[in-house]
Design a protein around this ligand. Structure first.
Ligand SMILES: CC(C)(COP(=O)(O)OP(=O)(O)OC[C@H]1O[C@@H](n2cnc3c(N)ncnc32)[C@H](O)[C@@H]1OP(=O)(O)O)[C@@H](O)C(=O)NCCC(=O)NCCS
Length: 168
């Protein structure tokens, strides 16, 4: 499905366009494939769009509010079986550690539990990915048992923080 625009205080999430790929080659990864150049990034975007048309994916570009600088991507990437959506996200290196993904993920979580009507939002991450683990913990995701070598986290509506910035 097409990604609706979601407005936050510091970031705006919007659908990606083919002319965006030059800005996101360095973070274009999908289904285990990493793009090495603009053409491959465009191929990946086309694959994501095809999966989105089948209702299996929602993919957003993360832009700085007040402009259109593309700083990252985020979305639901593995279908929506049993009312569960799995999030994935990447922030371009120069924009990390500014709280931008925390805000983006909070917007996506609110959209998942709101308009998408999800019962559970999951995430999988490598055991040594301290940034991703810290991000998920900050948003209230709880660890779950996993049997595929990755850490698995889940969030349910009742546990959703009220704000993207719970510590103010
Ligand atoms: C994971 C990632 C998306 C975080 O993006 P970010 O914009 O830097 O995250 P934020 O600045 O919003 O940080 C939110 C919280 O995450 C945690 N965090 C972020 N980076 C961290 C790091 N390097 N080490 C430990 N905790 C970290 C912190 O708890 C932070 O909250 P705080 O700033 O209040 O302490 C980013 O590091 C990234 O793109 N990594 C490469 C891609 C990736 O690993 N994606 C996940 C695959 S499952």
């Amino acid at each position: 499905m097409r990604a609706p625009t979601l407005w936050g205080r510091r970031v705006v999430l919007r659908a990606l366009r083919p002319d965006d790929v030059a800005d996101i080659v360095d973070i274009s990864v999908y289904d285990g494939v990493t793009a090495r150049n603009e053409a491959e990034a465009l191929d990946l975007l086309r694959r994501i769009e095809a999966d989105a048309a089948r209702g299996e994916t929602v993919h957003w570009g993360i832009c700085l509010a007040g402009g259109d600088t593309l700083v990252g991507t985020i979305g639901f990437y593995r279908g929506f079986r049993d009312g569960t959506g799995e999030v994935g996200y990447v922030m371009r290196a120069p924009y990390r550690r500014r709280g931008l993904m925390r805000e983006a993920l909070a917007l996506v979580v609110a959209h998942g539990f709101g308009p998408l009507g999800l019962a559970t939002i999951e995430a999988r991450t490598a055991a040594d990915n301290a940034a991703s683990i810290g991000l998920l913990g900050r948003l209230g995701f709880a660890p779950r048992p996993s049997d595929d070598g990755l850490l698995r986290f889940a969030l349910r509506p009742a546990l959703t923080p009220l704000s993207a910035n719970p510590r103010g």
